[in-house]
Design a protein around this ligand. Structure first.
Ligand code: C5P
Length: 316
């Protein structure tokens, strides 16, 4: 049977500066993303109709406990991606999508966006529609603000809704530890809480509208010690307001050697930048021993965006 397998990475935000809420409900962002080595895989197989199944990747944190949060109907982002591609290219929306999830669900690591990006590439190859990259990026942006970045990968800055991307130059590899929390947080709820906190706080400084220069310098130098202190996330206060217990997790990470600690995206995952892979192992063991999180993932970034692993006719 003909099938195509694509894997797409999770992300962490190095700088998430949130501007004013726009009339369309989105916020203008300066969003510096880094793709990290945690991957969902989507296999698109020939089928008469459009169907989806979701399974846990072997060894995935929580062994699939959070997969019940992934919709299996037409609202699934991978299904929406396949449908959008079929409509755009004028072909029948016919494929079975099998999603193998390693990226935690509703965790602020863009797992849904990764699945959408992977489904776009997989169906594009399965159906032979072969869209140019710019058209795929355009379709991706209609599916969600983070989906174009899941196609692009590496390190990039997104302006506007976060979908107007420019690559950011850098060198070296950064090591990350992610502490997963019980339950998820919804992205709209995070932005709404951010708006509420800002409305309540008089005289708040205007949000940053450019990439922090020190962040660019640290990335260009591949200097984790310099990057750690300039990591920032304007959604962090909202995530901590909704889930106050996360403050202790961030503090524990700092105490146990993290160079930087912040909420990943809209949370509730806590992301820790560490000096090396062994330092990451030490921190992961300390967080686990303290029982401060549901599970821990170690990863490195930057990594590339969504890529075909196995094409039609190939076996693993
Ligand atoms: O684009 P996506 O569907 O991923 O966005 C989810 C939600 O996150 C939006 O409906 C909006 O509430 C919020 N959001 C935002 N501003 C952005 C990106 C997302 O307010 N730039």
């Amino acid at each position: 049977m003909s099938s195509v397998t694509v894997r797409a990475p999770a992300k962490v935000n190095l700088q998430l500066s949130v501007g004013a809420r726009r009339p369309d409900g989105y916020h203008d962002l300066v969003n510096v993303f880094q793709a990290v080595s945690v991957y969902d895989e989507v296999t698109a197989s020939a089928s008469d109709e459009l169907t989806v199944e979701v399974v846990a990747a072997p060894g995935a944190p929580g062994r699939g406990a959070d997969l019940h949060g992934v919709p299996l109907d037409g609202t699934n982002l991978a299904v929406r991606a396949a449908r959008a591609l079929a409509e755009h290219a004028g072909v029948p929306a016919a494929a079975h999508l099998s999603i193998r999830k390693a990226i935690p669900v509703a965790a602020g690591m863009a797992g849904g966006s990764a699945d959408a990006a992977a489904a776009l590439l997989a169906c594009d190859a399965l159906w032979g529609t072969q869209l140019p990259q710019a058209e795929l990026m355009g379709l991706a942006a209609t599916l969600g603000a983070d989906v174009p970045f899941a196609l692009l990968g590496h390190t990039a800055v997104g302006f506007g809704r976060g979908d107007q991307l420019s690559p950011v130059l850098g060198r070296g590899t950064f090591n990350w530890v992610f502490a997963l929390a019980e339950g998820g947080l919804s992205t709209p709820a995070g932005y709404a809480e951010c708006d509420r906190l800002r409305a309540a706080a008089a005289g708040e400084p205007a949000p940053r509208s450019e990439v922090h220069p020190a962040l660019l310098v640290a990335l260009r130098a591949g200097d984790a010690a310099a990057l750690g202190p300039v990591l920032s996330n304007d959604l962090q206060a909202a995530a901590l307001s909704l889930r106050p217990e996360l403050a202790a997790v961030l503090a524990a990470g700092r105490t146990h050697g993290a160079l930087g600690a912040l909420i990943s995206g809209s949370g509730p995952t806590c992301a820790f930048l560490v000096a090396s892979a062994p330092a990451g192992l030490d921190l992961a063991m300390a967080l686990t021993a303290m029982g401060m999180c549901r599970d821990v993932i170690r990863a490195a970034g930057p990594v590339g965006g969504a890529r075909i692993q196995r094409g039609p006719g190939e076996t693993s």
